[in-house]
Design a protein around this ligand. Sequence first.
Ligand code: M6R
Length: 615
Amino acid sequence: MCGIVGYVGPRSAQDVVVDGLRRLEYRGYDSAGIALVGEGDEVVVAKKAGKLANLEKVLADEPVEVAHTGIGHTRWATHGPPNDPNAHPHRGCASRVAVVHNGIIENFADLRARLEADDHVLVSETDTETVAHLLEMQVASGEDLTVAMQRVCQMLDGAFTLVAVDAEDPDRVVAARRNSPLVVGVGEGEMFLGSDVAAFIEHTREALELGQDQVVTLTREGVEVTDFAGRPAEATRYHVDWDLSAAEKDGHDWFMRKEIFEQPRAVADSLLGRRTREGLLQLDEMRLSDDEVRSIDKIIIIAAGTSFYAGLVAKYAIEHWCRVPVEVELSSEFRYRDPILDYSTLVVAISQSGETADTLQAIRHARAQRSKVLAICNTNGSTIPRESDAVIYTHAGPEIGVASTKGFLTQLVACYLLALYVAQVKGTRFGDEIAEILQQLEAMPDHIQSVLDGAEQVYDLARQHVDTKSVLFLGRHAGYPVALEGALKLKEIAYLHAEGFAAGELKHGPIALIEQDLPVLCVVPPRGRDQLHEKMLSGIQEVRARGARTICLAEAGDERIRPYADELVALPQVPVLLQPLVSVVPLQLFACELATALGHDVDQPRNLAKSVTVE
Ligand code: M6R
């Protein structure tokens, strides 16, 4: 939610900052802006509502003087509509200080009233502008920008990443973070800041992970980190294990499509190195002792959106393999229901970005109740794994399309691994059973590839539905969350009414929605579970009898389904619990192609942002 970039060094700051914003645009695209510090005694600002392309046009029409220090912002609007005045950066009255911000300053109304009472003129409706005025007051009184930032942060409530520059101190960029992401890129004679490493990955792969409530000062020579009180603080240095090519489209029209096709590799990478020489499952980032794992008597999974659906799949696997009860809860709801937690409850937080504010607040609540928290996360150095007792990293590589795809599949892999690990430690499955499931998991990249090889059939189907106003998805058992995920994909990128249902629940109400030719995508369980398969067939017959057009995803060779399927998409034969890894793929392809045919921006759907860092 909002992308932030900062730079100090020998290059053109405009070029570095605008390139960084391009890579972060997926975090928000309501407006974009930059502030540059040059020779003059005012910070130069260019900003424009709408996508980054609008700002680039402004900069091409009215070029600004070359500068070597700058900051930039791409916005997902919270306070005030997405127009030019509300675009970041914001400046104080004298235009000496400019600031960009991600997050929400909860006490901004009080701060604003106090500033206005002191004759400050604020020109936007944002919470951020108050910070620019406060910083400017501090530097005008003789403090340097670092001290100014430390003091101002102590006045703020809420979540924020702030990055500021001062026209009278042109070789310094100062930033602060509380509950909102920020990483430093360490170069040779130059330093970078970004909401994530994608902002500077083409210049350096050396990064610093900042802690909570820290202020960082960047100059060409180095980086200094303090807490808000000005005491020296530590930041953790790490090497980013992917490069620029991972953050580019690689010949695809959309990042989303590229990421769908990367799934065999992403799943394989997420499985790598998980077995000891003796064949035992090992999760080396799991910092829970065997005794702690044995004492778990309940698991609560918390997550949002697609990650929540991964959690729903995990429930089937964990309960079946480990015989431990599992609750799955939306993180935004979790703390408000006063959940029953104690030291024997394991809370599993699933988050691709590792920054989702609802999930972060939920894990803080869980830890305050003495529960252990295990994070499943794709983003090294992000806040959620840092604040958890244990972490299983997924190895999807950067996910840039707003609609999660490879993030979801690799979360599923991590959930299966967690379930098997708990089963191994608790002894609820024999070693050979675990080894067999691991082998089945290791075969999944090839199965996913075979689904991708059939993409053209799904694309044809999608293109036949450009005039469709509504699509339903049906599933049972582990296929139910897949139906929910298929519907979410369609809603978020094709802007269609789409709903996923548990097939058995249809006759309790939703079947009234069925009308002539309504497309219903049905996720058919493998035949190994005869009861499940039979029940699903009944559900399909019921909707078809009422005029629905059924598009069935069923395993190859499933002849029983043929008479009831208007369209049949063949899936590889895999075990029922692992089927989501293959059955969701046609649904991702369907949504991507339909949104493309409808002329939508698939990677940057309206009103959304990739990582939701406000509650
Ligand atoms: O980064 P997270 O996994 O915590 O994000 C959770 C959701 O915001 C995310 O899955 C969202 O629903 C995606 N846009 C779905 O495609």
